[in-house]
Design a protein around this ligand. Structure first.
Ligand code: F0G
Length: 446
């Protein structure tokens, strides 16, 4: 049962089939180029696209816009301390701002950073510092059908191999991304958090948790890990974060806001250095990259994220979409993750070779069929990488209802029925930076 109802609505329309065809061609068969007014159900991302609560909207009016020493900052600091246990906090404009501040202090030319799996912006910030981001997924993480409770875990064995190779002194940072966005939103167990923290300590590295989906992760721990079934999500979340030396947070996910983020650290010296860098790139450390009113909304949202009805509801809605797709014979990555269902386009459109971007072809077909927007995470987004051809259907928080999800599942099923007729795509123009090509490149049917 949903634990909220709508108090404000936003009209959406499904453009006609002819119009959708035109829009696709005008967008160069790239969903990022589609104007949002032409999208019916938008599952491009769960980042900043959710619905705020009435309490969050009310909090906006309390925003203290003082340049220094804002009251709003103090309320955020308190919320962060209550929810995460960290008292040294710097607000940033979003998650990648937090990454820039933190990794700019910790990573130098020639360093290696280990992560269960780097999210794109994390990878880019490490690389921007001259570092080498290395993923350490567990066995089976890239197997879309293997059923295991914590496929998002960090492999300390793999990490030890890397350290044996390069030397511990070259690995200043170990990151754990919970849940693991680059591995189909899979959770990380509490045991793995402890194990990763111990590994980081062993090599004298700073242990960072990318906490943007921390409540969803805590929910999975409660559901799947022995000994946690009677604990609250809030309690589990705090326990998980208690092992970290620092956290980076995109508030656009589980602080339930449209914009914002923060970095929080334990060490007083690192805090001072991070504040200096924040002044350079974000703003004075009591507002960072945010307005006072947005900080207020984030302080309220962060507390809401660990309240019992919210996260249960949230993860179950994602599971529900997974179930609907499976009932209609659409292949998905199993088990379903916390924020999104990842459709296995390589399986659904198995006649298309990876050079013809089966994932991107599916993204286009979902739009053509139902005005649904998802995002490709395969050969188009990650050129040259050996990856599954996935399409992520990320669900904005507290935003869509069952009818919308049924519409999405029906659209995917309709594409599945005519799968052999779906044509592949080729890139016709792309920006100079290959890592960013999926955001703006244009394609055409082969
Ligand atoms: N870390 C993770 C694990 C993320 O998923 C994201 C963003 C970031 C950091 C960066 O945060 O966008 O606030 O700067 N993920 C979004 C997504 C964009 O669609 O998955 P940001």
């Amino acid at each position: 049962m949903r634990s909220y109802k709508a108090k404000m609505v936003e009209p959406i329309t499904l453009p006609s089939r002819e119009r959708r065809e035109e829009v696709l061609a005008e967008a160069g068969y790239n969903a990022f180029n589609i104007p949002a007014e032409n999208v019916y159900v938008d599952l491009l991302t769960d980042s900043g696209t959710g619905t705020m609560s009435d309490a969050q909207w009310a909090a906006l009016f309390r925003g203290d816009e003082s340049y220094a020493g804002s009251e709003s900052f103090h309320r955020l600091r308190e919320a962060v301390e209550d929810v995460t246990g960290f008292s040294r906090v710097i607000p940033t404009h979003q998650g990648r701002g937090a990454e820039n501040v933190l990794y700019g202090c910790l990573v130098e030319e020639g360093d290696v950073v280990l992560n269960n799996a780097h999210f794109d912006t994390t990878r880019a910030h490490i690389a921007n510092q001259g570092g080498d981001p290395v993923d350490c997924p567990v066995e089976g993480a890239r197997d879309p059908v293997r059923d295991a409770p914590f496929k998002g875990n960090f492999s300390a064995d793999r990490a030890r191999d890397v350290v044996d190779d390069v030397g511990a002194e070259r690995v200043p940072v170990v990151v754990l991304t919970i849940t693991n966005n680059s591995t189909a939103g899979q959770p990380v167990s509490a045991a793995n958090v402890r194990e990763t923290a111990a590994f980081a300590e062993e090599i004298d590295a700073t242990f960072v948790i990318d906490a943007c989906r921390f409540a969803e992760n805590a929910h999975f721990v409660r559901r799947r890990e022995e000994g946690y079934e009677d604990r609250t999500v809030a309690d589990i979340a705090r326990e998980q974060l208690s092992h970290a030396d620092a956290i980076v947070m995109s508030g656009k996910k589980e602080a339930l806001v449209n914009i914002g983020g923060f970095v929080a650290v334990r060490d007083a010296d690192l805090f001072e250095r991070a504040k200096q860098r924040a002044i350079l790139y974000e703003g004075f450390p009591t507002y960072g990259g945010m307005s006072g009113r947005d900080i207020e909304a984030m302080a309220v949202g962060l507390r809401e994220a660990v309240e019992p009805p919210y996260v249960e509801d949230r993860v179950e809605q994602v599971e529900e979409l997974g179930r609907m797709l499976e009932e209609r014979g659409v292949p998905i990555y199993r088990p379903v993750g916390g924020h999104a269902v990842y459709v296995d386009a390589g399986e659904l459109l198995s006649h298309l070779p990876s050079e013809q971007f089966p994932g991107q072809a599916l993204v286009c077909e979902l739009y053509r069929e139902g005005g649904v927007r998802g995002v490709e995470l395969g050969s188009f987004a990650f050129p040259g990488a050996d990856r599954l051809e996935l399409v992520r259907l990320a669900i904005p928080r507290r935003t869509y209802g069952r009818e919308h999800l049924e519409h999405v599942a029906d659209a995917a099923a309709a594409v599945g029925e005519r799968a052999p007729e779906v044509t592949g795509l080729e890139v016709v123009s792309e920006p100079p930076t290959p890592e960013l090509r999926h955001f703006s490149a244009e394609l055409a049917p082969v």
